[in-house]
Design a binder for this molecule. Structure first.
Ligand code: PGA
Length: 249
């Protein structure tokens, strides 16, 4: 059976004190589902978050990393640095990284390679813009994003990859894809994987949905057969809301 995952992307929110507070609130919540729980605080709080959740059923993950192993890249963070503090999973290709920091399919392919070379797990994000959906191009865009960044990999690499479909028009907008829209796209993603790598890779792939997932819509979205979890932004900043989503499975 595929893994269920609910990952909270804190984005550029929460200093040290807020990070401590939110983590202690998260620890007070009860998990009643089988979902793996992850949180992605900002870089400066990763070590603290990692240390303070060591005994808990919460994995601390990174929001981004550079593709180079090290060197003259002022302001950047490498896979080795993340590994050195115990971080084993990294989010790559978030639409905000693509939109504001010029991340492209090509640079993301390099980042994926570096993460895998460092035995990290990747949560790879992609999704169409509103204009793509209005033009009926959403499947073509998603297919291109997946193929360009991932289809150079061997089938065995996909054991270390989680996919996150996040339609850009649904991120932080309060507008979520309908459960049917999410299901249709997730089924299409699985079909795309199947066409290149076969049924086992496609069937085993955990595919998350992201974009305005909230306690009041998570259950319906997660009830769809090809939706294996969520990447949560805004609602991950509130412990009760986040666990309501975790427990929606
Ligand atoms: P949102 O963000 O839940 O606030 O829409 C999702 C994301 O960016 O991963």
């Amino acid at each position: 059976m595929r893994k269920h995952i609910v990952a909270g992307n804190w984005k550029m929110n929460n200093g040290l004190i807020q990070t401590e507070t939110l983590i202690s609130e998260l620890k007070q919540q009860t998990k009643t589902s089988d979902a793996e729980v992850m949180i992605a605080p900002t870089f400066t709080n990763l070590w603290h978050a990692f240390e303070s959740t060591r005994q808990d059923d919460i994995e601390v993950i990174a929001q981004n990393m550079h593709f180079a192993e090290n060197g003259a890249y002022t302001g950047e963070i490498s896979a080795g640095m993340l590994k050195s503090i115990g971080i084993k999973t990294v989010i790559l290709g978030h639409s905000e990284r693509r939109a504001y920091f010029n991340e492209t399919d090509d640079s993301l392919a390099k980042k994926v390679d570096t993460a895998l070379a460092n035995t990290m797990r990747v949560i790879f994000c992609f999704g169409e813009e509103l204009s793509d959906r209005k033009a009926g191009n959403e499947e073509a865009v998603v297919e291109r994003q997946i193929k360009n960044a991932l289809f150079h990999l061997e089938a065995s690499a996909f054991k270390h990859i989680v996919l996150a479909y996040e339609p850009v028009w649904a991120i932080g907008t309060g507008e979520t894809a309908s459960p049917e829209q999410a299901q249709d796209m997730h089924a299409f993603i699985r079909k795309t994987l199947n066409s290149k790598y076969g049924e086992t890779v496609a069937d085993d792939m955990t595919i998350l949905y992201g974009g305005s997932v909230k306690p009041n819509n998570a259950k319906e979205i997660f009830s769809k057969p090809d939706v294996d979890g969520g990447l949560i932004g805004g609602a991950a900043l509130n412990a009760e809301d986040f666990y309501a989503i975790v427990n929606a499975f």
